[in-house]
Design a protein around this ligand. Structure first.
Ligand code: PGA
Length: 254
């Protein structure tokens, strides 16, 4: 089974419209090949449309633009939220769901992620569903329990068929933005666990086909060894995705 590597940047609450434009114009020519892997950028909601049109202005490059969160309802009295249909309306085609910052700082639960996931699939957005344990979970030997519960909760209601449209990201919370990366052994072990778990929750074929990205302090100098692992199919990159040169380096390694 060959799974096409997927490298996605997560800009978090960084970059306004002009900065997004400048980044995209610089970044696209630095990528050696657009066939070997998929590349995405999750930008802030206010620059989605601008990012999409900048990509189109540069040329016909399949750089995927996405959001970092969404609400499951199509519209309503939900101050500050955006819906899948609004994201779709900007021309963006991807959305990150259940990022640990959403979970830890904004109280997002697995049940919410499951609802958002169903809505994202309805709109034809490619969801990147994040799971991962905290340092406390890991130190108390609960990593696999936590991952199993997150997978059960977030993917409740997902069919074998729709699993194929979902990308997962394993992001140990203790490795996000800390400069501490999981060792390749820790990362591969968690990815293999996730795939094994999916093969029981879904069919072995569907589990084999799903891409599982690693996230947490991925940088140009540690990306290769992580991406070489058999169950690591790409990366979700925060800090290093803010610089076009460093993101392109990682893409070109994948
Ligand atoms: P980081 O962030 O690469 O800065 O650790 C990863 C993420 O939050 O997705």
């Amino acid at each position: 089974m060959t799974r096409k590597p997927f490298i996605a940047g997560n800009w978090k609450m960084y970059k306004n419209g002009q900065q997004a434009q400048d980044f995209i114009r610089q970044f696209i020519p630095l990528v050696n090949s657009w066939e070997a892997h998929q590349v995405g950028l999750a930008v802030s909601a206010t620059v989605l449309k601008e990012a999409v049109s900048t990509v189109a202005t540069v040329g016909s490059f399949p750089l995927i633009i996405g959001a970092q969160n969404m609400h499951w309802e199509i519209e309503g009295a939900f101050t500050g939220e955006i819906s899948g249909s609004m994201i779709k309306g900007t021309g963006a085609t991807m959305v990150i769901l259940g990022h640990s910052e959403r979970r830890q700082l904004f109280g997002e639960t697995d049940e919410w992620v499951a609802r958002k996931l169903a809505a994202a699939l309805d709109y034809g957005l490619t969801p990147i569903v994040c799971v991962g344990e905290t340092l406390q979970d890991r130190e108390s030997g609960r990593t696999f329990n936590v991952l199993a519960n997150q997978l059960t909760g977030c993917l409740a209601g997902v069919s074998d068929h729709s699993l194929g449209s979902i990308v997962l990201a394993y992001e140990p919370v203790w490795a996000i933005g800390t400069g501490v990366t999981a060792t390749v052994e820790q990362a591969q072990e968690a990815h293999a666990f996730i795939r094994g778990r999916l093969s029981r929750q879904f069919s072995p074929q569907a589990a084999e086909a799903v891409r599982i990205l690693y996230g947490g302090s991925v940088k140009p100098d540690n990306a290769k060894s992580l991406l070489d692992q058999s169950d690591i199919d790409g990366a979700l990159i925060g800090g290093a995705s803010l610089d076009p040169v460093s993101l392109a380096k990682i893409v070109n390694l994948a």
